[in-house]
Design a protein around this ligand. Sequence first.
Ligand code: WTA
Length: 650
Amino acid sequence: MSKDLDVLLKEERVFKPSKEFLEESNIAKWMKKHEIEDYESLLERTRKDPEWFWDEMAHDLEWFEDYDKILDWKPPHARWFLDGKFNIVYNALDRHIKNGRKNKLAYIWEGENGEVRKFTYFELYREVNRLSNALKKMGIEKGDRVSIYLPMIPELPIAMLACARIGAVHSVVFSGFSAKAFQDRSYDAQSKVAITVDGFHRRGKETKLKENLDTVLESIPSIEKVLVVKNTGSDLDLQEGRDFYWDDVLKDESPECTCEEMDSEDPLFILYTSGTTGKPKGVLHTHGGYAVGSSTTLKFVFDIKEEDIWWCAADIGWITGHSYIVYAPLLLGTTSMMFEVTPDYPDPGIFWKIIEKYGISIFYTAPTTIRMFMKFGELWPQKYDLSTLRILGSVGEPINPEAWMWYYQFIGNQECPVMDTWWQTETGMHIITPLPISNLKPGSAGKPFPTIEAEIKDDAGNVLLEEGGHLTIKTPWPAMFRTLYKEPERFVDAYWSKYPGIYLSGDVAHVDKEGYYWIQGREDDVLNVAGHRIGTAEVESALVSHNAVVESAVVGKPDPLKGEEISAFVILKQSFTADDELKNKLRSHVRSEIGPIASPSYINFVDDLPKTRSGKIMRRVIKAKVKGEDVGDTSTLANPESVDGLDKAI
Ligand code: WTA
């Protein structure tokens, strides 16, 4: 990056937590115990002594043998809770069985056809043990890798926990990915067992996952056994000696299985993340630090209490689901909702219906979903009673202030704080996030979590204030990834070499006068217009703040004079007509919101934008289109048909 980023967006709205909410929160109670008066003092105190904070958090969990040292930090290598003997699953299940949560619901699951399955902690514990025993019989030992290719059914968390219980390393491959993606990831991990399903329904249509898997199994010689969950009941050809049905294997297994004593730093899982280019990166997380970091953030950011029903509406195939559907909620002994369905099937009211039906109290989703709900309008949520909600959350992309306001107003009834949590697969836990005691600014992810120090830097490494630049993290945190699986050099090069010893996130952001962080987009997407460097998020937010627009993506189109001109792709609300008059209105709207420099030269109306399967806009594909180049690999796109729509619009 040659120059810092311009900061265009000026969002002045501030929301303060109610007194009651503030005082009753977990974090406020913890602060009271330690005589910490306010948010700023909390940040100051924990930054001064991070080990004191994390030591106390770690002791909320149970260690087979206590650790000798809290942290060993030789950048970029961190080891947390050294020589502690620990197992995340013991803490997620066994501890609750002993301590009074045995019959509490761990999961309420609802499938696309309305089927409901519920698991108490005891039931979950027994299922996990059965599978752990079965995996051992299949030859799985501590340190072996198991690839899991399952949709959002209860067997997915069960499979992850069963691996971790016996010290095996799970690698979950999102069920929406192709068999080829499964092949690449499992080959890289050298997995010995694959766990999959006959099929699953999405929008009423069956995907036959095992059949897809059969096309690649021969090319992954490390896989010796395949365990198949019977879900849709479709006929399958099972290969004798290799493929087994889950029920057949588990029915004779004992519901008791010793939990393996792991070292705190032993690997827990690999999760492959695609990034924008190159081969997927195998992000590796460990038992001890990950358990402490993920559970602490859930407890303090989303303020989980004993009686809450928590719903993180992500897919477990992503880090959000790993951390906040599987591990952190179970570590806290929470009841979680787990849902198989897409947000607009059978109709756009389905999420609100679920919230009403189960009395969900905390709800966490992605901006792309919120913007989709905005498109369908507030009449849908208004049909349902959402009064049980007390906190809302957002993750995955910058949430535009207008989408934030809509969420706050129509879902939260102006009573629920919106926690815009910034973090990554690599960080394992929330890094920049509001807390129940902090003020909220729509569009800002707030400040770094207690103990963490972040900085915005220019290319030369100078620290920037009120100017955009690279978002970096200076201090270690327990849930940080330890390496990239089998690629230790890439780990250093990609994240730790630009500013030695400091974590480079790959996002651009700025900090305002009061220390709030505003994410401006991915650094690969930054626009360069007449010498101004502009983050995509700000221009997109300005467009979304016009009442005709629900979603937009902007990219740079090369221009000999200006460097780049801004080309905007815009999805309109259903009641608006796409015409030149509206284009002009949008241009002048952006001009008055954030300035003439950011006004798009081109506006293209589209029905859909290319997105990854986790809902992030793939600006790389749009950019290739406006430049008239080949779009390259689109196998990670959730909606490849959107690419044709771009052609028509340009
Ligand atoms: C983006 C998801 C703005 C960001 C947990 C990051 C966000 C990438 C936010 C990581 C947020 C995530 N505001 N941008 N609140 N949360 N991002 O690995 O670009 O799937 O680098 O982890 O998502 O995506 P990942």
